[in-house]
Design a protein around this ligand. Sequence first.
Ligand SMILES: C[S@@+](CC[C@H](N)C(=O)[O-])C[C@H]1O[C@@H](n2cnc3c(N)ncnc32)[C@H](O)[C@@H]1O
Length: 256
Amino acid sequence: MEYTIDESISGFERQKQLAQTFSPSTSRFLDEVGDLSGAEALDLGCGIGETTRMLGMRVGNTGSVIGVDFDKALVESAQSLTSEGNISFTQGDVHALEFEDASFDVVYARLLLLHVAEPMAALKEMLRVCRPQGTVIINDGDFATIYSAPDPFGGEGLVKLYSLFRNVRIGTRLWHMFRECGYDQVEFRVDRMLVRDANGKRLQLMTIEAMREAALQSELMTRQEVDALCQVIAAGIQDDSYLIGFPEMYAAWVKR
Ligand SMILES: C[S@@+](CC[C@H](N)C(=O)[O-])C[C@H]1O[C@@H](n2cnc3c(N)ncnc32)[C@H](O)[C@@H]1O
């Protein structure tokens, strides 16, 4: 269960910034999925629970959400950040969920399949625990599409670093993965954020720091290369004409 991002380095600040940066895009996708009120939902790879709380708002008081993550510290952090009575968290691995078949109306995962060892096995687990007529939604990226402008160096460095993720282009595969599972009615959307604000750029800087060890250990990048990448992104934070094209984000969903 190797995960190339060391979330503890930033005291989970990286996950908070990730959630804030991606939430407008996620909201656009979830608006298109439709009304989720009253649903019993599952949020896989929930991290500190930002996506779980977003789903909690959508299912409302008559629904409920369980967030699942394999990292115990993240589950504890999610619990401490959440006061809503209809949201709970538990530790688990998406490849082998401890839920009965057909337990949920909505099964969701954002930026999870990107990291898992067996994305198809994970998708099959998501489908297994979803009720007939329920909805399985996957929201994930194509991390080969990041760029920076006007200077491409930062974007190129980020693409290289993120090649450490197990399934870098998973977003582009989602439609076919659902089809391979036997679904011919697959909804599919794409969204891209162009980030100029300092917080979004800080997210990239925090992610580089959280991946520094993995990059060095794998010998993908030298310490000098990682430092140079940090410097150029840090300079970009001070320069509001420096733009980062975030990864294309895809959403695919099916009715079970
Ligand atoms: C990039 S974070 C995304 C967090 C949250 N879904 C979001 O979008 O803000 C990926 C999360 O997936 C979790 N994770 C990775 N592999 C997992 C697995 N096999 N089962 C459950 N969680 C996993 C990590 O611990 C991490 O919290």
